[in-house]
Design a protein around this ligand. Structure first.
Ligand code: AMP
Ligand code: MG
Length: 470
């Protein structure tokens, strides 16, 4: 693995050299061959177990931990940072694009604040499943290259085997990274960070142009809109959309308390600590908008004229809602295969969503059934049959392909992941896990033989909860 060091010349506050802790007995549990190939990394289990647990690093590797701030559930924490992550460096893919290689769970860092910097096997495997499923669903996301078991115990309730996840990302530049430098008054670093983010993610924006900061904010807003639309298209609930968990690249990051919605309801929340529903399924656009406003605030010190800056930045932030609503309308139209702009499109969508909520219909299975009903005699829930007759006359020959491309047949349902994790922890056998990963790799193919993976949980979501920082 040929690793390049990134971020260190932006600001000494941002990137701090920090060595991972050696693992007692590292072993490669999961390895993403396809991703590895695109990054030019060969499958050498012994070498990879050492390298990807942080246990062997050659002299060319200078691991760092990144500092960042974060609005967590609306409250500002100025000093967060990578408390359980080490960035080994970046590799170039076959097209010359740089990708960060980050180890999560390889011991404490300068930012750990009393935490152990460790990761238990369950959350590590869950992150692997979720991020690879999201990538296959066409959602922008950080990826998982590997999960390595450490041979050590992580002290949780109850104690668990330890693991290290290797996360691969276009960058680890978060909204919280800008907040971090702005809060500490490092204006030169802040300026360099914008320039670096532009060169990595928005090369079309001229880094010398006067309006570059507003262009940057606008480009991040557009990426966030695209991201939230794709989350909502597939029923994903992130669960902890803090500014430290928002990458300016628009990739999904931090698969902690996330979960997939089963029964359709905009108010769905799974996170055990989200009592107010701040990060509920249907509130995700508002929060993304709020997070973009926090990015705008952190860019303010870069402007000479504060009044002018406020006006330019707030007009960019205020454009979020209209742009989002337009993209959201298009998303529903595609999910229903409605090709033409029609006055009653919105009414048709609203009526369906109301029926789905009233009748506790499964989000994925309802849209999958509607899709397949265009090809064959596919059973639809009784409660939407009357609605479907009205919808059917509005579809056309191309509707099936349009719907099939955006409505998944299979998603990484929470109860399936829990079952697989329990099975793996009990038997140490990963065959069910690998079988599920294979089904999830083709989410837009409906195949009856995989029907057991399509079923929602028997008792609904009543008792399902997710947890942070596990
Ligand atoms: P997260 O909820 O994963 O976004 O984490 C929020 C903050 O807590 C980040 O600064 C993490 O680095 C830190 N953190 C989470 N788990 C641990 C841990 N086990 N040890 C040290 N820091 C952690
Ligand atoms: Mg985080």
């Amino acid at each position: 693995m040929k690793l390049q060091t990134r971020y260190t010349d932006i600001s000494e506050l941002l990137a701090i050299e920090d060595m991972p802790t050696r693992a007692a007995d590292p072993a490669l549990l999961l390895f993403n061959d396809k991703l590895a190939q695109s990054l030019g990394i060969s499958h050498d289990p012994e070498y990879l177990a050492g390298q990807l647990s942080g246990s062997i690093t050659d002299d060319s590797v200078k691991p760092i931990a990144l500092g960042y701030s974060g609005h967590q559930f609306g409250h500002f924490s100025p000093h967060l940072g990578d408390g359980r992550a080490h960035l080994l460096g970046a590799v170039k893919d076959v097209e010359g694009v740089l990708w960060d290689i980050q180890l999560k769970g390889a011991g404490a860092t300068v930012f750990s604040r009393g935490g152990d910097g460790r990761c238990a096997i369950g959350p590590a495997v869950r992150e692997f499943i979720m991020s690879e499923a999201m990538a296959a669903l066409g959602v922008a996301t950080t990826r998982c290259l590997a999960v390595v078991t450490t041979g050590e115990t992580v002290y949780r309730q109850p104690p668990r085997p330890g693991a290290v996840v290797t996360r691969v990302a276009k960058s680890h530049i978060r909204v919280g990274s800008f907040q971090y430098l702005a809060t500490q008054g490092d204006i030169e670093g802040l300026e360099k960070l914008v320039d670096y983010a532009l060169s990595c993610h928005f090369p079309e924006i001229d880094t010398r142009a006067e309006q570059r900061y507003v262009d940057f904010l606008t480009a991040v807003i557009d990426k966030q809109i695209e991201l939230i639309i794709s989350w909502m298209r597939v029923g994903f609930i992130h669960g902890v959309m803090n500014t430290d968990n928002t990458l300016v690249s628009g990739e999904t990051i931090d698969y902690g308390p996330c979960a997939m919605m089963n029964q359709f309801d905009f108010d769905t929340v799974f996170s055990s600590i989200d009592h107010q529903g701040r990060y509920a399924f249907g509130n995700q656009p508002n929060i993304a908008n709020w997070n973009c406003a926090r990015l705008a605030e952190s860019l303010l010190p870069l402007f000479k004229n504060e009044q002018q800056a406020l006006s330019l930045l707030s007009s960019a932030v205020n454009s979020f809602a209209e742009k989002f609503n337009h993209a959201f309308t298009t998303m529903w139209r595609r999910k229903l295969g409605l090709l033409d702009e029609h006055d009653d499109n919105q009414a048709l969508v609203t009526e369906l969503l109301t029926l789905m909520q009233q009748n506790n219909l499964d989000y994925t299975n309802t849209f999958n059934a509607l899709t397949e009903s265009l090809l064959a005699d596919f059973a639809l829930p009784d409660s939407i049959k009357g609605w479907a007759a009205k919808w059917r006359v509005r579809t056309s020959a191309e509707s099936y392909d349009i719907m099939r491309a955006v409505n998944p047949a299979v998603i990484p349902r929470n109860h399936n992941i829990e079952m697989i994790l329990a099975e793996y922890e009990k038997t140490g056998c990963s065959s069910m896990l690998n079988g599920f990963l294979s089904v999830l790799s083709k989410p837009y193919v409906y195949d009856q033989q995989f029907e057991s993976w399509y079923e929602p949980p028997e008792n609904g979501d009543a008792n399902y909860q997710t947890f942070c920082g596990t």
